[in-house]
Design a protein around this ligand. Structure first.
Ligand SMILES: [Zn+2]
Length: 117
């Protein structure tokens, strides 16, 4: 892929460091400081959807007969670099270290309490 200078990249280049089911804390935006569970991850876009956070109102038009249009509240995607994993052991937003178990499997480790999560 060629690099274009002077144009803003459409997607954030940060790697998605979280998985579905992880608890995270929001680092920026209107829900800053709030914690929630990851519902979906889009690695392609580098975004995640966090349960009940970053809720946006979508305007839906009725597309079928009998279907109601209107406003629907749904969780909006947020860049993964704007969330931080919450360690289930110490309950704090933390950075992740990778560690290998004795059998060679790669595991994530909390940088604060050094517990494998
Ligand atoms: Zn921890």
């Amino acid at each position: 892929m060629a690099l274009r200078i002077g144009t803003k990249p459409k997607v954030c280049k940060c790697k998605v460091h979280v998985k579905v089911g992880d608890r995270v804390i929001i680092l920026s935006g209107k829900d800053k400081g709030k914690k929630g569970k990851i519902l979906a991850v889009s690695r392609k876009e580098g975004k995640v959807i966090v349960e009940k956070l970053n809720v946006v109102t979508k305007h839906v038009k009725p597309t079928k007969v009998g279907q109601e249009g209107g406003r629907v509240k749904a969780e909006g995607a947020i860049y993964a670099c704007k969330v931080q994993l919450v360690c289930p052991e110490c309950g704090e937003g933390t950075r992740i270290a990778h560690t290998f178990l004795e059998d060679g499997t790669k595991k994530r480790m909390c940088k604060k309490c050094k517990k494998v999560i």
